[in-house]
Design a protein around this ligand. Structure first.
Ligand SMILES: [Zn+2]
Ligand SMILES: [Zn+2]
Length: 204
């Protein structure tokens, strides 16, 4: 079903005129750059696989699908980078931009244009609602937002990550450090100091 679009620009900017009665299926790969993702947003390893189904009901375009890829994250416990396979569902709606001031007839038939105006003020707005101009959707900002929202606040490389030793900073996932076997020196010193202080005060 649906057509497979190989060219990324078409994948991320589908035209309403390409929709069939069943809608439009988009399958392909996009890069982080094409989604305007910076290294601060997410460190994406390789391309992201996109599989989307679009339907157009009188100008209201519903998008559902899956975005898959691999993100390189930094573990908050051990500070090591790790590869996090990512797969999440995408769900969004696109409505025509309300401003109808630009009256360029972009291959939209009058009946459809009127439907767009009616749909410009939907009764209920879902959270993931975007707007489009003319008859072309811009999927990149929507996918970018989905990806950023999927980022964990506290990424952890593994549930049983041992983290770093608080004393020597060694990554304990790589094995125990030398601090482990010996008595915790800083604590010992504090106890000793307290004793001496107490002893001194009682003597005077
Ligand atoms: Zn870790
Ligand atoms: Zn240590």
């Amino acid at each position: 079903m649906g057509m497979q679009v190989g060219v990324t620009m078409e994948l991320l900017k589908p035209l309403l005129t390409d929709f069939t009665a069943d809608g439009l299926s988009l399958v392909g790969e996009v890069t982080a750059e094409e989604l305007d993702l910076t290294q601060d947003d997410a460190q994406v390893l390789g391309p992201l696989a996109v599989s989307l189904d679009l339907t157009n009901v009188e100008g209201l375009v519903a998008v559902t699908g899956v975005l898959e890829g691999t993100i390189v994250r930094e573990c908050v416990r051990c500070l090591e980078k790790y590869e996090d396979p990512l797969a999440f569902s995408v769900r969004a709606a696109f409505v025509p931009e309300p401003k109808s001031s630009s009256r360029h007839p972009k291959r939209v038939d009058p009946r459809k244009a009127r439907a767009e105006v009616v749909e410009a003020e939907p009764e209920e707005e879902p959270d993931d609602q975007y707007q489009y101009q003319g008859n072309q959707l811009e999927l990149a900002p929507m996918l970018r937002e989905h990806l950023i929202l999927s980022m964990p606040m506290q990424p952890i490389c593994s549930d049983d990550c041992l983290g770093l030793c608080a004393h020597c900073g060694k990554n304990l996932n790589e094995g125990p450090c030398r601090c482990a076997g010996e008595p915790p020196i800083p604590t010992f010193r504090v106890v000793q100091g307290l004793k001496r202080k107490t002893g001194g005060s009682s003597a005077s």
